[in-house]
Design a protein around this ligand. Structure first.
Ligand code: GAL
Ligand code: CA
Length: 345
């Protein structure tokens, strides 16, 4: 009771101070308050957690100092149904704009309908809706990265390593025996990364032999299991592991470590993302390289669009592809330049 009364008194006091300031100086800048709703597909995803941290930073320190932006974040635990409900809750709480990382990138209709009824624009990110769905309403945007480029860069990292070190072709048969660890089936990054990495190797004249592949849904523990199965089938035949993300590349390393293999029979491991643990693994050579998925750049683009939409100012200055899309570039990360990326933290 006493606590509640003290809180109430405090609130009156604060309101007074606020009121005094507002009347006291005409030049005092007004603060516009906005609410941004964010929902992402799964709170256990390493890369997305780091991306959401960057986004939070963007909204806490917006370019325009006269804005006060509060971000409400929800994790959807891998369920589109949960995410649909979260979107309703966020809109009902008064969010001015939504940032949505879809659980099922082929199923955004319910979210789009509710947002349109309430006139709340949506910036989708990282999991790209299909093109027809993006046409459902003019206030839909997408921020992500160019999946094909990430595969090409991973392929180029592999080409350079193979050309620079004859030992990678351990059995000396002139071919590189490789396996792939894949992310979620149906995710644009899974399909395109795998294809473009392998094509890049082939285009560069590297002879390949695919031994196997495993689906590990971006997840380190699942990747370890898939890798243990592949090692039991192919023993020390595997010379290269192409993983669709860092977590899975590290899961593959875990498998070799668990089996106590000596490092001389370890394959080359390559990831994508440049998460903190991914970059640390490049520093200590557990991964031979990764491809930086620019979470800072993507968050900045999301925040820019969100602020322009909320303030009705600046939309015309933003460079979109096809009026709705922004794709940030990826970067190759090797031991010799990893510090540049780690510093961004
Ligand atoms: C990818 C990223 C993965 C995972 C996935 C989730 O871009 O490389 O690690 O976070 O997004 O959609
Ligand atoms: Ca070989």
């Amino acid at each position: 009771m006493k606590v509640r009364r003290m809180l109430a008194a405090g609130m009156i006091f604060c309101t007074c101070i606020h009121g005094l300031c507002a009347c006291g100086s005409q030049s005092e800048k007004r603060t516009d308050k906005f609410l941004v709703g964010v929902t992402f597909y799964d709170q256990s995803d390493t890369y997305l957690n780091q991306l959401i941290d960057c986004l939070e930073e963007q909204f806490q320190n917006p370019e325009r100092k006269d804005l006060e932006i509060t971000m409400m974040v929800r994790g959807a635990a891998g369920s589109q149904q949960i995410q649909d409900d979260q979107v309703k809750e966020l809109i009902d709480s008064g969010c001015n704009v939504l940032c949505v990382n879809l659980v099922d990138r082929a199923d955004p209709s319910e979210i789009i309908d509710y947002a349109r009824e309430n006139d709340v624009p949506i910036i989708f990110f990282n999991r790209e809706p299909v093109a027809e769905d993006m046409q459902q309403w003019e206030k839909l945007y997408y921020v992500g990265a160019n999946a094909e480029q990430s595969g090409v860069l991973q392929g180029e990292l592999a080409v350079d390593l193979i050309r620079g070190n004859g030992q990678i072709d351990r059995n000396g048969d002139g071919k590189i025996q490789y396996v792939v660890l894949e992310g979620e089936p149906g995710h644009q990054d899974t399909i395109i990364r795998t294809e473009s990495a392998v094509n890049t190797l082939k285009k560069n004249g590297i002879e390949l032999e695919k031994l196997s592949y495993g689906i590990a849904n971006w997840n380190r523990a699942q990747a370890q299991n898939r890798m243990l199965q592949m090692i039991s089938q192919h023993q020390n035949q595997i010379e290269l592991v192409l993983a669709n993300n860092d977590n899975m590349a590290l899961g593959a390393v875990d498998a070799y470590e668990k089996l106590n293999y000596t490092e001389s029979v370890f394959p080359v491991f390559l990831g994508i993302d440049g998460t903190d643990i991914g970059l640390e693994a490049v520093m200590d050579s557990r991964l031979s390289g990764t491809v930086y998925n620019d979470k800072e750049g993507q968050s900045e683009a999301i925040a820019k669009i969100a602020v322009a939409l909320m303030t009705n100012d600046g939309m015309e200055k933003i460079k979109f592809e096809n009026k709705k899309y922004i794709y940030l570039p990826y970067y190759k990360v090797r031991k010799d330049n990893v510090n540049e990326f780690y510093k961004k933290k």
